[in-house]
Design a protein around this ligand. Sequence first.
Ligand SMILES: [Zn+2]
Length: 247
Amino acid sequence: MKKKVCTLLCIVLGIILLTSCSDGQSDEKSNAIESTYGIAHQDAEDLINPERNYLIVVNDENEYDFNGDYNKALQPDLVYFPNAVDGDIMASEKAAYLAFTSLQYDLKTNDNIEVALYDGYRTAKDQEYINSLFDDGSSNVVGSNRVGFSEHHTGLLLDIVIWYSEDGKNYEWYSPTHERIEAFSDFQTVFKKMLDYGFIMRYPDDKSEITGMKDHEFEIRFVGSAAMAHEIADKGLCLEEYVAGEQ
Ligand SMILES: [Zn+2]
């Protein structure tokens, strides 16, 4: 009998804990967003590192140069912060991060749209781990997600999500897809406004033959200046095409 009471108590306690955890998670989400807003007034272009090539292209044909150190390639230009979706610690190149938080603040205050990051900088080990989750063992991970060929190694490629409700009731974080961007004006606003902060859509649907990446509209790329981002978008180019034209 005593055991039964104890079991019941454990279940009740478990439920209470679970409920408070889910509250805690939404708190964490808003805390993460609040903390990123806190530094949004700084100008990202002030943090540009003159030594860095913000137009670096990493793809199937252009391997990232780790310079012999797989885990410290971008130090000390990285900033670490919790991602807003699950609170996991992620990193980004610091000017890119500040540019993103400025974009985030602008969208929140002027358009009532919330955007967040859920992935950024990856070491070789990070990429190896991620690939191990998707590799079914029959074939290896292909294309630009191979270790060394992922633009996430640069810290300039960020994966975004948008807080949205498709039915006007249930809100959740949505990954931008080309269907959603076409259908929802909030998504269009995000992709239009990001140009003002130096971001482009890295893998447009109609450029997949060149970029080697399909259905990756959720990845945005910091190119170092708003003027350049606008130029790339105005000319209808992907990063590969723009960089090839520059040379
Ligand atoms: Zn990504």
